[in-house]
Design a protein around this ligand. Sequence first.
Ligand code: GKR
Ligand code: MG
Length: 416
Amino acid sequence: MSSTRIRELIVTPIAFGDPPLLNANGVHEPLALRVILQLVLEDGTVGLGESTGGTVRLERLQAAAKVVVGMDVFDSTAVTAAIDAALLPTVPSSHERGWTTSAVEVACLDAQGKLLGRPVSDLLGGKVRDAVPFAAYLFYKWAEHPALDGRAAIGDDWGEALDPAGIVEQARLMQERYGFRSFKLKGGVFPPDEEIAAMRALAKAFPGQPLRLDPNVAWTVGTSKYVARELDGVLEYLEDPTKSIEGMAEVAEDSPMPLATNMCVIAWEHLKPAVEHHAIQVLLTDHHYWGGLRRTRELAAVCEAFGLALSMHSNSHLGISLAAMTHVAAAIPNLDHSCDTHYPWNSADDVIVPGVLELRDGEVRVPTGPGLGVELDHDRLERLHRRYVDSGMRSRDDTGYMRRFQPEYELKLPRW
Ligand code: GKR
Ligand code: MG
């Protein structure tokens, strides 16, 4: 048996700490779910991957684990095709299948890099930058997770941010701790005029530094147009103000700033209508659902062809994902904006051995070790898996959690 064949794919669900961050759906729960992959080859080499958690996606990764055994790790196109074919009968959405194939592709690339003694960025064609810029991801937030069902309150060292002054203070802390030079606010939480005031306060506090606002489709077309007019000269781009390619196209007609998305263009079949309708000017790529790192590199070329600028989307994540994001962003020449990352909110619970990934001066240096260049901390993995098992939490529910404190809260999109 060739040593580059896959012996086993170990799929481990984990839960890690998350602060009470507010968004258009409610509020983050005290734990966030993720899945860690270890792709073990016949020679003992292990490739790492990381994906979003929750029972549905976990079960698909477990199904993928059955398909890949015996395949050659350098045949990652065939590995992806085999998983895709296995999921197709029960998972018709290519976007949904992409979540599974992507995580396994990253693990294949990590293993390939380890076998060759080369970083993943080399396998993607080589890096065009030594460090990747990231934006501070600002959230309205409560000071703590309130006490609940006998559980004590859970505080953090970020404090409360519920108004413009709180957001500016959070941005200052982000800059002090990590040196960020651009800022994104997660909006869709308060009435638009309050969020406009927060963006103006940020512009005043950080003159000349790029700013973005993302309400996750909490606004109608009319409200989106109003906010865009009010924030003319303040934002580098406005992200997902309203739903659908058609809605975004209407807003784009007279928007003074570019529109960006990680919501209405999330699969290959969305690109053609988005381009035809001039719905977006910036695409936030995300290797976790665009089919992996190589496909993200290809996506960047498509965006270049159609004059779309590129940025990068993030969800709550840990270091294996950050390493993968950094390698692919380093290998994309036309990365036009700093990438998003939730890492500062979750890094205290990371599963990797510290030291390689560091957010400094608003950047992460591209790891130079073989593969992704990060090492799994097995004790941590075990602890976070235990936490997952003990928590009983099996899916993300920002709305349900919000209702525990505000029973009258309703999910309404658009809300304004
Ligand atoms: O973590 O609350 C959050 C974000 O709203 C996340 O769920 C989004 O996927 O960050 C994301 C975005 O840019 O839309
Ligand atoms: Mg977004």
